[in-house]
Design a protein around this ligand. Structure first.
Ligand SMILES: [Zn+2]
Length: 342
């Protein structure tokens, strides 16, 4: 029986391709296969992922044998690796740039993973370093990968995806170029400049493959856009929605948090003062009035809990919940006053 490890904190995520319609007939793609269901350990958390592959629903369509995958899911980890690509890149950097020994890298990784309740063996560090070296050799190996080339033939070409990953704060970026249809890494390079010329050089091995490029997917970064536009001017291009959404949501989430804090600062002391007053008044009020006052106290307590609502990045906004709750309180108070209760 296979032993399944369990982790104290697991994030569940569902992934689907960025493409919504068939590149050939433009029908809406449908979920067709489970590409992978696995657990990936990243520096940011342990992710249990469900990666769904989509296909054209029309069996007559020349593109119907293609499976569209999620470039985001593929970017999390190399195939067959439980430890994420971010960890592979970190190991590579600590070894080669910071000249750390394997033991030092091991200690550093143990420290980084401890908050997640995850450990890592020294031997795993060696594997990950090997993976890093293999990754950087990807472009020289891909042209001889017959099995992969046969798959490309079946797909009718490749979809080039470019992804810049910044392993740590610094001026280095590891660029990964992959075929979004097979998930295969076509080129990977550690670069310090992201000029269009550098991007084009990065993509040169892909051009040299001389396979049909069906589409391109990049971040919104201008140099990446220009490079794919210049290399494949007639090929449809898509900005990765995930990156765009994540970046957009980050500032929105931050703004929402500020709004909520401001609301709470303004309202909380007032409502608390009212409750204090009510607590003093209720015991002294005659029966019916005491009942009314305790209804008001319920409302005040409702307002206070509305002010303590939490959000969850990226799209669950706290201030929105607070506003909705407060609207409900207001509507209820209005109904009450119409009935002549207050
Ligand atoms: Zn189709």
């Amino acid at each position: 029986m296979r032993h399944t490890r369990s982790y104290p904190k697991v994030i569940r995520r569902w992934y689907r391709p960025v493409e919504h319609e068939c590149l050939e007939c433009h029908r809406t793609l449908r979920e067709a296969v489970a590409v992978s269901r696995r657990t990936v350990i990243t520096l940011a958390g342990v992710i249990k992922l469900n990666h769904a592959g989509y296909r054209c629903p029309d069996p007559q369509c020349p593109g119907s044998r293609r499976t569209y995958r999620s470039v985001e899911a593929d970017a999390l980890a190399l195939p067959w690796f439980t430890y994420g690509l971010d960890i592979v890149l970190l190991v590579g950097r600590l070894r080669l740039r910071e000249h750390q020994t394997v033991d030092e890298v091991h200690q550093e990784l143990l420290k980084r993973l401890e908050p997640l309740g995850v450990t890592i063996s020294r031997r795993e560090i060696l594997y990950l370093f090997e993976a890093y070296c293999t990754l950087l050799r990807a472009s020289s190996e891909v042209k001889d990968d017959q099995e992969w080339l046969a798959q490309v033939e079946k797909n009718g070409g490749i979809i080039v995806s470019v992804d810049g990953i910044q392993p740590e704060k610094g001026n280095e970026t590891v660029y990964l170029v992959r075929d979004a249809l097979t998930g295969r890494v076509l080129a990977a390079e550690n670069v310090t400049s992201s000029e269009t010329a550098v991007m084009k050089a990065l993509l040169a091995p892909v051009v040299a493959l001389e396979v049909k490029v069906l589409g391109t997917i990049t971040d919104a970064q201008e140099s990446e856009l220009k490079a794919v536009e210049q290399l494949w001017p007639k090929v449809p291009h898509q900005v990765c929605q995930f990156h765009a959404l994540r970046d957009a949501a980050e500032s929105a989430f931050e703004a929402d948090r500020k709004v909520k804090t401001a609301m709470r600062k303004q309202l909380q002391p007032k409502v608390r003062a009212v409750r204090k007053q009510l607590k003093r008044d209720i015991p002294q009020a005659p029966g019916a009035e005491a009942e009314q006052l305790s209804v008001l106290d319920d409302y005040a307590s409702g307002v206070l809990s509305a002010l303590n609502r939490d959000g969850l990045a990226p799209f669950d906004f706290a201030a929105m919940h607070t506003a909705e709750d407060l609207d409900e309180v207001e509507a209820s108070l209005q109904r009450l006053s119409k009935k002549g209760g207050l």
